[in-house]
Design a protein around this ligand. Structure first.
Ligand SMILES: C[S@@+](CC[C@H](N)C(=O)[O-])C[C@H]1O[C@@H](n2cnc3c(N)ncnc32)[C@H](O)[C@@H]1O
Length: 229
């Protein structure tokens, strides 16, 4: 049975996972970072607690804390059910079991929820969505997309991917996207077209120290070098 998400689900990863997925060095963690589609991930709150400068933008942030909590509870069953039916598409070493997956994700999402009202008031959780971001050109050093672009290949068009990446390159000097696989752990059918379209932005595929989807240990980086970081 294939993994099929009817919509894009709120499901959150931790600071440690973001650091490994995006190969973020200690000095990069101090850059002005924009998380596009960070949803209920705890990267923002955990990084900012360490002195970072992360802003997250997501359509989810239009909703109240209670509404997001409710949506996470509904998503939880659905994601675990589909992951259970597709266990061969994942590598169970760092996360050894479905139970561990559930508790690791819930811990990150509880951490996000606890920070949400304050973070929204401070403007570090901003409602908004790709491909139209509410920021001036070059507001950020680094724009990240975790588990949104490419992962939802079956829900989003190629044209959406191109517009979204163009927008991320407008607001940041560098863009990093993880993973480059779709929800069924196949290389996204959009990858080659994206590499061709953005050739002048020096696309590079880097192997990183993170793999949960089987074969999902590569990220795409693109640079808008008019003035480097
Ligand atoms: C699977 S979650 C990933 C959350 C987080 N990035 C992580 O890896 O833990 C996907 C997120 O994409 C968000 N999303 C959906 N449409 C979006 C859009 N057009 N622009 C930005 N984010 C979007 C959803 O609200 C959701 O929070």
């Amino acid at each position: 049975m294939a993994i099929q998400y009817k919509s894009i689900v709120p499901w959150g990863r931790s600071f440690d996972e973001y650091t490994r997925m995006f190969d973020l060095t200690a000095s990069e963690l101090n850059l002005r970072i924009l998380g596009c589609g960070d949803g209920p991930a705890s990267f923002n709150v955990e990084c900012n607690r360490r002195g970072g400068r992360v802003t997250s933008v997501d359509p989810l942030y239009r909703f109240s804390r209670d509404a997001i909590e409710q949506r996470i509870a509904e998503t939880y069953e659905e994601v675990l059910r589909q992951t259970c039916a597709n266990q061969d598409k994942f590598i169970w070493n760092t996360i050894p079991s479905l139970e561990d997956l559930g508790s690791i994700r819930m811990e990150a999402m509880r951490c996000f929820l606890a920070s949400y009202d304050d973070g929204r008031a401070r403007g570090i959780y901003l409602p908004g969505e790709l491909p139209d971001l509410p920021f001036a050109d070059r507001t950020f050093d680094l724009a990240l997309s975790s588990h949104f672009l490419f992962l939802y290949t079956d829900n989003l068009t190629f044209e959406f991917h191109v517009s979204a990446i163009r927008e991320m390159l407008r607001v940041a000097h560098e863009v990093r996207i993880f993973p480059i696989l779709d929800a069924n752990a196949r290389e996204s059918r959009y990858l080659n077209g994206v590499l061709e379209t953005f050739q002048k932005y020096k696309p590079e595929i880097r192997t990183v120290d993170y793999e949960f989807q089987r074969g999902g240990n590569r990220m795409l980086t693109l640079r808008n070098d008019r003035d480097a970081i």
